[in-house]
Design a protein around this ligand. Structure first.
Ligand SMILES: NC(=O)c1ccc[n+]([C@@H]2O[C@H](COP(=O)([O-])OP(=O)(O)OC[C@H]3O[C@@H](n4cnc5c(N)ncnc54)[C@H](OP(=O)(O)O)[C@@H]3O)[C@@H](O)[C@H]2O)c1
Length: 312
């Protein structure tokens, strides 16, 4: 842990533009909310390192993000706050097409045998692996070289089912897939992030409104919320911040994998029952995470992005 005895957490503008030039590690960045966070981070000229298990999915995400261009590029006169401040905007391979020639989607991924995947200052990197594997997490930090913020969006609905019909192994597997990655990432991040760095976990509003058959996953997601608050206290002396976003129903591949949510029509029909008349977008969800990364005076908080669903 990098303690800063006597020094408070750094001050800086809390706007997302403050993330320009920083590096975010996105555990679960190859789809849904994590990928949308990558798009938003690239738009403010941040550097991103994605971690996911499926190599093809990860490669597609890396390729997509490499084609993203910071919305307010340095020196283009459109963004006074960013002029000249975007180290990431000077990165090779940073433009829509440049740097991609001959650079297949899978290049830059850990496990491809290339020791030069970081390529100095590439703006988008991918590391194949499980967020619960400490060696994968260490490799991701290593390849990034420097990480300011970590966002964990890895995790699905594993372990669903009536408690009495789950085996002990089912439940232990849910611990491994849902809670352990949060611990593994936290253990790695605690010793590597700089003062003012942040760790952001994912939760969901079902922790407040449990349905039957969700006992195992929801109790572990609830544990992630408790981990968030406890760790925020533990890491505050290092001036690290720990928060979580509690999502409502967000239109992502995960949501669309549920019965009755597979098509646009089904999503629109189901979403119409929510207070605001639709489900949230992955970008709207990810913006909550960017807020938590950027604002150096927020820690130990669980913020909700749910379109008002928990009001009902
Ligand atoms: N969408 C919603 O309505 C909703 C609501 C409440 C809470 N949430 C929570 O929000 C988070 C993000 O959800 P999402 O909708 O964006 O899901 P998603 O579209 O399925 O994306 C999840 C991402 O995490 C990766 N991933 C999953 N398990 C992993 C692991 N063990 N190690 C590394 N990567 C892993 C996936 O890639 P690979 O499978 O290739 O690894 C994928 O890139 C999840 O924790 C979810 O439970 C979502």
């Amino acid at each position: 842990m990098v303690y800063s005895p006597g020094k408070p957490v750094p001050s800086r503008t809390p706007l997302p533009s403050a993330l320009a030039g920083s590096t975010a590690l996105l555990i679960g960045g190859s789809s849904g909310i994590g990928l949308a966070a990558g798009v938003l981070l690239r738009s403010v000229a941040a550097r991103v390192v994605l971690v996911g298990r499926d190599p093809a999915r990860l490669a597609a995400a890396v390729s997509q993000l490499r084609a993203e261009r910071p919305a307010m590029a340095a020196g283009d006169g459109s963004a006074p706050g960013l002029a000249g401040d975007g180290p990431a905007s000077n990165l090779p391979g940073d433009g829509p097409a440049s740097g991609l020639a001959g650079d297949g989607p899978a290049s830059g991924l850990a496990g491809d045998g290339s020791a030069s995947g970081l390529a100095g200052d590439e703006a988008v990197l991918g590391v194949v692996g499980d967020g619960g594997d400490e060696a994968t997490i260490a490799a991701a930090f290593e390849r990034a070289g420097h990480v300011d913020h970590v966002l964990v969006t890895a995790g699905g609905f594993s372990g669903a089912g009536p408690l009495t019909e789950l085996s002990a192994d089912d439940i232990r597997g849910t611990v491994d897939s849902r809670l352990w990655p949060a611990f593994a990432v936290a253990r790695a991040a605690a010793t590597r992030l700089p003062a003012g760095g942040s760790l952001t976990f994912s939760s969901g509003i079902l922790v407040l409104r449990p349905g039957p058959g969700m006992t195992a996953p929801l109790s572990l997601i609830g544990a992630v919320e408790t981990l968030t608050r406890a760790l925020a206290v533990e890491l505050a002396p290092a001036r690290l911040r720990v928060n979580a976003v509690r999502y409502g129903r967000i239109d992502t591949p995960l949501l669309r994998s549920l019965p009755g949510h597979g098509s646009d029509d089904e999503i629109a029909t189901a979403g119409a029952t929510t207070p605001l008349g639709r489900f949230g977008s992955a970008s709207e969800a990810a913006a909550g995470a960017l807020f938590l990364m950027a604002n150096n005076y927020v820690t130990g908080q669980i913020i909700t992005v749910d379109g008002g669903e928990t009001l009902n």
